[in-house]
Design a protein around this ligand. Sequence first.
Ligand SMILES: [Mn+2]
Length: 297
Amino acid sequence: MIVDVFGAPSDLGANIRGANMGPAAIRIAGLHEGIRRLGHTAIDHGDLAVDAREQIAEEQQKVNYLPTIAKLCSQLSDMFYLSKKDGNLPLLLGGDHSLSIGSIAGMGRHAVETGKSLGIIWVDAHADMNTPQSSQTQNIHGMPLAAILGDGHPDLTQMQRYPFDPKNVALIGLRDIDGPEKDLIKKSGIHFYTMREVDEKSLFAVIKDALGKIKTDMLHVSFDMDAVDPLYAPGVSTAVTGGLSYREAHLILEVLADDGRVAGADFMELNPIMDHQHKTARFCVELVQSLMGKSIV
Ligand SMILES: [Mn+2]
């Protein structure tokens, strides 16, 4: 398998800074060796060119950097689309989670052109289902899943060519949801699994349930590092206690690898400023390896 690696060094979707350094930290933690050790080929396409926040602050602060985020997402959409056209596995290194609007738009474009169906497994402590109407902060990294499903800033929703069926979308790891967002999730028709479900039924039961319900040809996995408990992944912008354990995080990706339908992936929100001695970046590389077929024996 050929893995196309794309770095998106932007934290413009968040108000806490630092996720823009995520791609570098993941590479330094040994991403490429990790992929190659599994027998795959890693081709690094480098980082998107992202303006410094200070360069664009004055004109774009008021609109939460929407024009720049939309431009980056549209570039990522092209990159993911072309990677799929080559028959490869595109892998996005974040960067804040707003950038998944772009990677998934590219996956959707590929799905439309090839007539294949596409589902999403979104692993996250948060729902990322806010809309410009519901959001208290207006941070765009709180809105990507809603935008992907068609509700959000037109600059972000218009690039989605694939009409996602909410029944083909699963959110796993939830434990921190804004008040108005609760209603949006319930009304959306997506499958969602909170940490309570993970505790009650086991992570294995939860991911198997989601994969049983989502019967699409392809899956895109969007993994927010904050889904993992801060004990194992302290290097994120918005840490929430009570998350996935070390093994639960691996297991979800191991089961996805066995499933065989994963066609694209994002690993998002790694914030090296918050990290302890590179721990979260190294864990991120381990998780990428699990998704790419690394097994214990
Ligand atoms: Mn997220």
